[in-house]
Design a protein around this ligand. Structure first.
Ligand code: ATP
Length: 402
């Protein structure tokens, strides 16, 4: 006979045809898989709604009447320059700060003024904050003991949480017997074990080296999706956000500038601050000439460009001053112009990085210098060979307000 005894019942896979009243069953099944599926069932996906949230510290305004909806099960990133309000927003969700105005809803429940320990959020910080004198299992069990969960259930849930981050085999080790990445996995298990309503992560990978960060960011996404956990993640690392987020918000001065998928935000920034903050870009100022087919024509000191607006609500009139944002990898170099948007010039300084080269391209007209990245570089060492053309598709030229 096989099965799992927990909370006074024999548990068996739901798929089997059995009589739950009798509570005794005999099937072959994988207990670990079953326990994980139990855990998944117990987790509920919630939305997080931030309405008109304002938070001040004395005279410093950290959040300015901010609205945001994070969808159930979403892996959502908060990004922005230092001091923009990311941490204040995350801590308000966790209950460490009480806002002066506005509300925070987890699903339909208003948690704005609820104490942190009553919100049932899983938190993970830069420091792993593991107790050095406890084993990993004891560290993970801590939150459940605080909640007075029965011993047998603690054992089961700690096992399943450590398994879910692939640390089951190290349960009896102490934190100082682990690598940084392994400690961070345990911190994640500790956040998961309480079956949180949502996961709040504050720069969780900033203490790890580059290789471990890569590994752990994929792991965090896997776990969030497997457990269908609504997750809010604060980071300074754009690559982390671009690579694993479902959506992100870019903040500045306590306000949200843009919310969107990584592709939306990268390809269609709505303002200079967002374009500058996410990725590299060339800014070229110019004046609108007017519509041209599906695009808008703009006259600049280095030539005439066709482009698209980043913000659908932005309708620049003829004569309006605007800024073009063009990503360095969107330019194509060649001895002939390609299409409408071509700039004649020459390569100034260049940096060869193997798979890519970074050029300073000096425009013949206007003398502006553009950053251009060339994959599989062919033009390195051609600085003195005369003029080239840098061309860009109209769809890659984003027109922004000044
Ligand atoms: P960073 O990326 O540097 O961590 P952040 O975007 O997380 O910055 P917050 O920590 O949310 O920014 O701070 C937002 C604003 O509120 C800043 O101007 C900051 O100086 C201010 N602030 C935050 N906490 C406090 C506090 N406890 N007392 C006074 N001012 C504070």
């Amino acid at each position: 006979m096989s099965g799992v005894w927990a909370q006074g019942n024999w548990f068996v896979p739901r798929a089997r045809n059995c009589n739950m009243e009798k509570r005794v069953y005999s099937f072959d099944f994988d207990p670990a898989e079953f326990l994980l599926s139990e855990a998944r069932r117990n987790l509920r996906m919630i939305s997080i709604r931030i309405q008109n949230l304002a938070k001040r510290f004395g005279t410093a305004v950290a959040l300015r009447n901010l609205d945001l909806v994070i969808e159930p099960g979403e892996l959502f990133f908060l990004l922005g320059p230092s001091g923009c309000g990311k941490t204040t927003l995350l801590r308000s969700m966790a209950g460490f700060y009480i806002p002066e105005e506005g509300s925070i809803l987890f699903g339909d429940e208003d948690v704005t003024r609820l104490a942190p320990h009553k919100r049932n959020t899983g938190m993970m910080f830069q420091s792993y904050a593991l107790w050095p004198h406890m084993t990993l299992a004891e560290n993970v069990a801590f939150g459940l003991e605080e909640r007075k969960v029965p011993k047998a259930e603690i054992k089961r849930r700690v096992g399943e949480a450590l398994e879910s981050v692939r640390m089951g085999q190290y349960a009896e080790r102490k934190p100082n017997q682990l690598s940084g990445g392994q400690q961070q996995r345990v911190a994640l298990a500790r956040a998961l074990v309480i079956r949180p309503r949502c996961l709040l992560l504050d720069e969780p990978l900033s203490n790890l080296d580059a290789k471990l960060r890569l590994e752990m960011r994929t792991e965090i996404r896997r776990v969030c999706k497997e457990f269908k956990l609504t997750t809010v993640y604060v980071t300074h690392d754009q690559k982390e956000a671009l690579s694993i987020s479902d959506r992100m918000a870019i903040l500045e001065g306590g306000k949200i500038l843009q919310v969107g998928s990584p592709k939306d935000v990268y390809r269609r920034p709505v303002c200079r601050t967002v374009a500058h903050f996410i990725g590299e870009t060339d800014f070229i100022t110019g004046r609108v000439l007017g519509p041209d087919g599906d695009f808008i024509a703009v006259e600049t000191p280095i030539g005439r460009f066709l482009g698209v607006v980043g913000d659908a609500n932005f309708k620049p009139a003829a004569g309006a001053e605007v800024t073009l944002s063009i990503r360095p990898e969107c330019w194509k170099l060649g001895s002939e112009p390609r299409g409408h948007n071509a700039v004649r010039g020459r390569i100034g300084d260049s940096v060869y990085l193997g798979e890519v080269a970074q050029y300073d391209f000096v425009a013949a007209a206007g003398g502006a210098t553009l950053k251009i990245y060339e994959l599989n570089p062919r033009f390195v060492g051609t600085a003195s060979d005369g003029d080239l053309f840098a061309s860009v598709d109209a769809d890659d030229v984003v027109i922004l307000g000044t």
